[in-house]
Design a protein around this ligand. Structure first.
Ligand code: HEC
Length: 128
């Protein structure tokens, strides 16, 4: 049987193919869609800059400091801190068993604001 010779031309073709693969692979993987909310900022979460605006948009209409539903206040720091530390904030927005799902009569919040709330609660619900 005749031995297959790796001629310089085959060798260079192989090199080119390998180089093409190395260039093409990262381009493919950066297209993948299972990346989790790439623009969700979990590194700079503060009460005033992140959490209070979420409450303003989704919760304060029912949980104001003047006439709060269920005695739950989300419209100021003291009120929100209380439900953050007793577990009801995350329990209700994450629709956990044993909690009233919030925001009431509206779709569940996106994952990003819920993750940001978790970061804030786990940091001890600071007034920052
Ligand atoms: C449309 C009015 C409304 C909105 C908007 C709303 N809530 Fe409520 N919330 C209520 C009512 C009414 C209750 C009393 C329990 C019930 O009826 O389910 C309640 C109860 C709660 C409780 C107590 C839950 C428990 O199981 O003890 C928490 C915590 C809470 N809300 C947080 C929030 C947060 C956080 C948001 C925003 C993401 C929000 N709510 C938006 C009306 C609302």
């Amino acid at each position: 049987m005749k031995k297959v010779q790796i001629t310089p031309i085959i060798f260079h073709t192989m090199l080119l193919l390998m180089a093409a693969l190395v260039i093409a692979l990262p381009a493919c993987s950066s297209d993948s869609e299972d990346e989790i909310a790439p623009d969700c900022d979990l590194d700079n979460v503060t009460y005033s800059g992140t959490i209070a605006p979420i409450m303003q948009m989704h919760c304060n209409s029912c949980h104001s400091d003047t006439a709060p539903e269920a005695g739950v206040v989300t419209a100021n720091y003291e009120g929100l801190r209380a439900i953050a530390l007793d577990g009801r904030l995350l329990g209700s927005v994450n629709h956990e068993e044993g909690f009233s799902p919030m925001p009431k009569n509206s779709p569940q919040l996106e994952e990003c604001p819920r993750d940001q709330m978790a970061v804030w609660v786990n940091a001890g619900a600071p007034d920052n």
